[in-house]
Design a protein around this ligand. Structure first.
Ligand SMILES: NC(=O)c1ccc[n+]([C@@H]2O[C@H](COP(=O)([O-])OP(=O)(O)OC[C@H]3O[C@@H](n4cnc5c(N)ncnc54)[C@H](O)[C@@H]3O)[C@@H](O)[C@H]2O)c1
Length: 261
């Protein structure tokens, strides 16, 4: 697994905006990007955790609800005004509430809320970040999608899955549109990640965990630091020819038919 104490310094002097910075994949990525030398701007709707993340890396916290266009514009402006550039946007905030379930049970309000937080937010963040990156003639955008955008689950969360499919299509299109202006746009597709939410759910219901683990060739869930390492690669010039991809970090899940015993 990734040892963040021994990372390279590929992002010295760059400015990275991370949404959903206070928890899980976002928090691990804040730490990793800072360890690689970036100025990190931490955005979260949760003030306490977002602020704590920023303080830990001596970065900037901007309280942001990513569904609000004005707040998102203010976030990227704050990043530029504070550090003089917007080099990396990790548009990662997302939700998967229990009201989002089978299509037969999921109401329109739950559907719309998940679309707003998971998909409209990515539209807003890209729309706000791209003008800064065009002026600089360079930038890397990483939008968090999910493996569920690539494979079907009988344990459906219908709006979540549809929102992540939208993130994949939007990232691909933007990556193509702005490629000749030095801007790369990739979608990160994590497999299931070992977050507190997942741990709690599976501790209560080991059968539920086993039903999912059997599909993962490496035989375990990912750690948030493994997502952070992928984001750091996509953010850095090491990935200069990686663009408009569905960047899978899933332990082989989407490639698997029969997994090892
Ligand atoms: N955990 C997994 O197994 C997994 C797998 C695939 C994809 N993902 C995706 O990765 C991303 C991060 O997931 P995580 O597991 O780290 O989640 P998490 O719940 O640990 O963190 C999400 C963060 O986003 C913030 N947030 C929620 N709504 C917001 C809003 N409107 N504005 C600003 N911030 C908001 C929360 O406060 C929280 O700090 C999400 O997009 C999720 O869909 C997660």
């Amino acid at each position: 697994m990734t040892d963040t104490t021994a990372v390279c310094r590929r992002l010295v002097g760059r400015t990275a905006v991370v949404t959903g910075a206070g928890s899980g994949i976002g928090l691990a990525t804040v730490r990793r990007l800072a360890a690689e030398g970036a100025h990190v701007v931490c955005a979260d709707v949760d003030e306490a955790s977002g602020k704590a993340a920023a303080e830990e890396v001596d970065g900037l916290f901007v309280r942001t609800d990513v569904t609000d266009a004005e707040q998102v514009e203010a976030l990227f402006k704050a990043a530029f005004d504070t550090y003089g550039s917007v080099d990396v946007a990790f548009n990662n905030a997302g939700i998967s509430p229990p009201e989002d379930d089978s299509i037969l049970e999921t109401g329109l309000d739950a559907w719309r809320r998940v679309q707003e937080v998971n998909l409209t937010s990515v539209y807003l963040c890209c729309k706000a970040a791209i003008p800064y990156m065009r002026r600089q003639g360079k930038g890397s955008i990483i939008n968090t999608a999910s493996f569920v955008a690539r494979m079907g689950a009988a344990t459906s969360q219908i709006s979540y899955t549809a929102s992540k499919g939208g993130v994949l299509a939007m990232s691909r299109e933007l990556g193509v549109q702005f490629a000749r202006e030095g801007i790369r746009v990739n979608a990160l597709c994590p497999g299931p990640v070992n977050t507190p939410l997942l741990q709690e759910l599976f501790a209560k219901d080991p059968e539920r965990a086993a039903r999912r683990l059997v599909h993962i060739p490496v035989g375990r869930f990912a750690e948030p630091t493994e997502m952070a390492a992928a984001v750091a690669f996509l953010a850095s010039d090491d990935s200069s020819f990686v663009n408009a991809t569905d960047f899978l970090v899933d332990g082989g899940l989407t490639g698997a038919y029969v997994t090892p015993l």
